[in-house]
Design a protein around this ligand. Structure first.
Ligand code: NI
Length: 172
């Protein structure tokens, strides 16, 4: 396994805006990618990561929603699809490893039903609520080149990107 660089909106916006391609087969190469993604996500640390965030335009997501002090519970999603979304929506404060240190409320369906392939390529269908629903929708947005700040007003989005740019310059 190896740590990969997480792309951020200050320098890598064009890549983050790409639409990712479906995966043809879940094989050892793909599992290596998912292992790297999980390691990179844990090191960040974060709770979800899409492949495009390390520059790989494939429809792959990793996630771990275990709370502090709980054992790790990695989840892997290949070619995820939303089959159904609730009409009811709710706000949730979101952040993103590609938009460091920016947090804001995003309104999304509070309950979804999804289908995906797991780490071994098996088809899974399940319901997601609360944090899981928020996180899978946030990560699936990445597969379509959409960032959580794209759900905010233009003013807030521009302010977020300029804050990240400023912080990156200060670090350089
Ligand atoms: Ni994100």
């Amino acid at each position: 396994m190896s740590l990969r660089r997480i792309l951020t909106v200050d320098a890598d916006m064009a890549v983050l805006k790409q639409v990712s391609e479906p995966v043809a087969v879940v094989d050892d190469d793909l599992r290596r990618l998912m292992d790297d993604m999980l390691e990179t996500m844990y090191a960040a640390p974060g709770i979800g990561l899409a492949a495009i965030q390390i520059g790989v335009a494939k429809r792959v997501i990793v996630m771990d929603l275990a709370g502090k002090g709980q054992p790790p519970a990695p989840r892997y999603f290949v070619n995820p699809e939303i089959l159904w979304s609730s009409e009811e929506t709710g706000p949730w404060e979101e952040g993103c490893l590609s938009v460091p240190d920016i947090y804001d409320d995003v309104e999304r369906p509070i309950h979804v039903r999804l289908r995906y392939l797991d780490y071994h390529g098996a088809v899974v269908e399940e319901e997601a609520e609360e944090l899981y629903a928020v996180c899978i929708q946030h990560e699936m947005d990445h597969l379509n080149g959409v960032l959580f700040i794209d759900h905010l007003s233009r003013l807030k989005r521009e302010r977020a990107v300029s804050k990240v740019k400023k912080a990156a310059r200060a670090e350089a």
